[in-house]
Design a protein around this ligand. Structure first.
Ligand code: SDX
Length: 355
C-alpha cells in the first residue's frame, strides 16, 4: 500500500520509511535505504552487496551523453541539464519499454547510478574542467563528491553527504512524488516518471528552496547581519526560504538531523560562521512567527542541508540536483506502487480549491 512507503506524523515530527524511523535509517548506507524503499524491506548482507555492485557497475555514462552535457551553457542550474539528460539517456536503455518487474528494477538501478554522474559531469564541464569518471570502490555519497572535486572527500564529508541523500530520499506525497505518480499512473515508462519528478522538484517552493537558502545565507554573510535581514524580509511579507511545511506543524525531524550534521561539519572545519548565521535566522523566524504569531514555521529539510553544502564548497547551482540524487529512490518506489494499481490518477478541478 502507498502509505507503507512513508509515514509522517506532522504534529509529533515523526518520519518513517517503510515503518522504520528516520533516526535509525540515517546511519545506514544510501544503497540500503534505496533498496528498502524500492523493495519494501531492508537488504541482508548478500542482497546489499549485490545491489551496491549493480549500482556501482551502472555509474558510467556514454560518449553521446557527454556530448550533450558539453552543449549546455555554463551558468545554468544543474537541474536544467539533468532533466534533459535523464530524458536523453532513456533511448540507450534496452529495457525502456519493457514494463516487467525485472526490467523496471534494471531501469531503476541505472537511473539511481547515473544521476550523480550526470550532475558531476555537467558541473565539471561548466567549471572548465574535465569530468572525473566514477570510482566503483567508493560509496554513493563519497563517489559523488569525488566526481565533482577530483579528489576523495574526508570521512566526515562522505558520511554527511550519504546522510543527506538518505534524509532527502522520500517524503510521502510531496509535489514531485505526486508528479511522478501521475505520470506512472498513465503507465508511461520509468524515465518519464522520474523526469516529471525532476521538473516538479525544481521550483523554489519545493526542492529549489535549498539553493535559495544558500544564496540568502551568502547575502547575509555573518551572524551580526542576520536578524535585521530577516526582519526586513518579513516586513515586506516575503517568505523565508527553508522554513514552513504543508504537513509538519512542529520541527521537521530531518531539519533536526541536518542541524546536528551542519554543526558537526562546522566544528570539524573550525569555522562556525555559516552555522551561527543560520542559527540567528532560525531564532529570529521562530521568535517572530512561532512565539509572537503562533504560526508553525520551523526549519524544513531545505534549511540546514543548505548549510551543509556551504561547508562542503558545493555551489547553489548544484543544490536542487543533489536533492534529486536522494529523491529518485522515492520517486521510483512510488512509481512501482502506482504501476501495480493500473489505474490513472485523474482528480477533478474543484479539488484544486483545497490546495
Ligand atoms: C520541501 O511536501 C513535502 O513533503 C516537501 C518536502 C519533501 O521532502 O518533499 O518536505 C520538501 O519542498 C520543503 C519546503 C521547501 N520550501 C520552502 O522552504 C519555501 C518556503 N516555504 C513555504 O513557501 C511554505 O511554507 C511551503 C510551500 C513549504 C508550505 O506552504 P503552505 O502549506 O501552502 O503554507 P502557506 O504558504 O499557505 O503559508 C501558511 C501561513 C501563511 O501565513 P498566513 O497568510 O496564514 O498569515 O504560514 C506563512 C504564510 O505566510 N508561512 C511563512 C512561510 N511559510 C509559510 N511565512 C514566512 N516564511 C515562510 N517560509
Amino acid at each position: 500500500m502507498s502509505k507503507n512507503i512513508c509515514f509522517i506524523d506532522g504534529l509529533e515530527g515523526i518520519l518513517k520509511y517503510r515503518e522504520i524511523d528516520i533516526n535509525q535509517l540515517v546511519d545506514l548506507s544510501y544503497d540500503a535505504v534505496s533498496y528498502l524503499l524500492i523493495q519494501g524491506e531492508l537488504p541482508g548482507d548478500k542482497e546489499l552487496a549485490e545491489y551496491s555492485a549493480r549500482l556501482q557497475g551502472e555509474r558510467e555514462i556514454n560518449r553521446e551523453v557527454m556530448d550533450v552535457i558539453r552543449m549546455y551553457k555554463l551558468n545554468i542550474d544543474a537541474m536544467e541539464a539533468l532533466r534533459t539528460v535523464v530524458s536523453f539517456i532513456s533511448q540507450f536503455d534496452p529495457d525502456l519499454n519493457d514494463s516487467s518487474t525485472e526490467a523496471n528494477m534494471r531501469k531503476s538501478i541505472r537511473l539511481i547510478a547515473k544521476i550523480p554522474t550526470i550532475i558531476a559531469a555537467y558541473y565539471r564541464v561548466a567549471s572548465g574542467k574535465e569530468p572525473v569518471p566514477p570510482d566503483r570502490s567508493l560509496s554513493h555519497g563519497a563517489n559523488f563528491l569525488y566526481m565533482i572535486r577530483g579528489s576523495k572527500p574526508s570521512k566526515l564529508e562522505a558520511e554527511v553527504i550519504e546522510k543527506d541523500f538518505i534524509l532527502s530520499a522520500e517524503h510521502e506525497l510531496n509535489a514531485s512524488t505526486f508528479s511522478s505518480r501521475v505520470t506512472a499512473s498513465t503507465l508511461a515508462d520509468l524515465y518519464s516518471a522520474v523526469v516529471s519528478g525532476l521538473c516538479t522538484l525544481k521550483g523554489p517552493l519545493h526542492g529549489g528552496a535549498r539553493a535559495e537558502v544558500m544564496t540568502m545565507i551568502q547575502e547575509i554573510a555573518c551572524p551580526e547581519n542576520a536578524e535585521k535581514y530577516i526582519l526586513e524580509k518579513m516586513g515586506k511579507k516575503e517568505k523565508i526560504m527553508g522554513f514552513g511545511h504543508r504537513v509538519y506543524k512542529t520541527y521537521d525531524p530531518r531539519g533536526t538531523l541536518f542541524k546536528q550534521l551542519s554543526k558537526q561539519l562546522a566544528e570539524a572545519k573550525g569555522d562556525m560562521h555559516w552555522y551561527e548565521t543560520a542559527e540567528v535566522i532560525e531564532n529570529t523566524v521562530v521568535r517572530e512567527l512561532v512565539e509572537k504569531k503562533g504560526k508553525p514555521i520551523y526549519p524544513n529539510v531545505d534549511f540546514y542541508s543548505a548549510v551543509i553544502y556551504m561547508y562542503m564548497d558545493i555551489p547553489p547551482q548544484l543544490a536542487t540536483s543533489i536533492f534529486a540524487i536522494g529523491r529518485v529512490s522515492g520517486w521510483i518506489a512510488h512509481s512501482f506502487d502506482q504501476y501495480e494499481k493500473k489505474k490513472i490518477i485523474r482528480p477533478r478541478a474543484f479539488m484544486l480549491d483545497e490546495c
